[in-house]
Ligand binder design. Structure first.
Ligand code: CU
Length: 189
């Protein structure tokens, strides 16, 4: 009885030590996860507004090169329609009234639509993620080439990419569906 009892508690002790080891391992994994998250911090740009006039990108002024940039669509696609988050040269982005009016279908907005392989009849999006240059946000649309762009078709859709462009650059972006939606973010070291 005594032997069984001591054997039982030895087994119990072993089980507890195993559990303790498991807990230590879990804590270590969680801590490593946090360290990784800190090493690659993130910034978020929100797509907001409930009418064409109030639609906008809301986000930070700066992001570090190598950080993850998340874009969250907080507008209702049924009422507002889809959006794109499109990196482009500043001069590619429409600025005057007539540039804005002619952006779709033959201007820069049309080019972004072609890059996303949007069917002009069905509006089906063949390529929701346009990835040019290195993997990540680095390539910009210009008059002669496509750049990086994301298509947002569903409410509260969230997409992210690492900013892979070198520091000391300003990334300009706009929405090819609502070209008045424009913004910029400075990439720092
Ligand atoms: Cu838009």
């Amino acid at each position: 009885m005594a032997i069984n009892g001591s054997g039982g508690s030895a087994a119990k002790g072993m089980k507890m030590r195993t559990e303790a080891k498991t807990i230590v391992a879990v804590v270590a994994i969680v801590a490593t996860g946090f360290a990784t998250a800190n090493a690659q911090a993130a910034e978020t740009i929100k797509i907001r507004g409930n009418s064409p006039k109030t639609l906008r990108f809301d986000g930070p002024k700066e992001i570090k090169s190598g950080e993850r940039l998340t874009i969250v669509n907080q507008t209702g696609p049924r009422r507002i329609g889809p959006h794109t988050f499109t990196l482009a040269a500043e001069k590619f982005i429409p600025s005057t009234g007539s540039e804005l009016r002619t952006c779709i279908p033959d201007g820069p907005c049309g080019d972004v639509g072609k890059a996303h392989k949007i069917d002009p009849d069905t509006f089906a999006v063949g390529e929701p993620r346009v990835e040019r240059g290195q993997t990540g946000f680095d390539a910009i649309f210009n008059s002669d080439h496509f750049g990086d762009s994301e298509f947002f078709g569903a409410n509260a859709e969230e997409l992210s990419r690492t900013v892979t462009v070198e520091p000391h650059r300003v990334l300009h972006f706009f929405c090819a569906v609502h070209p008045q939606m424009q913004g910029k973010i400075r990439v720092v070291r």
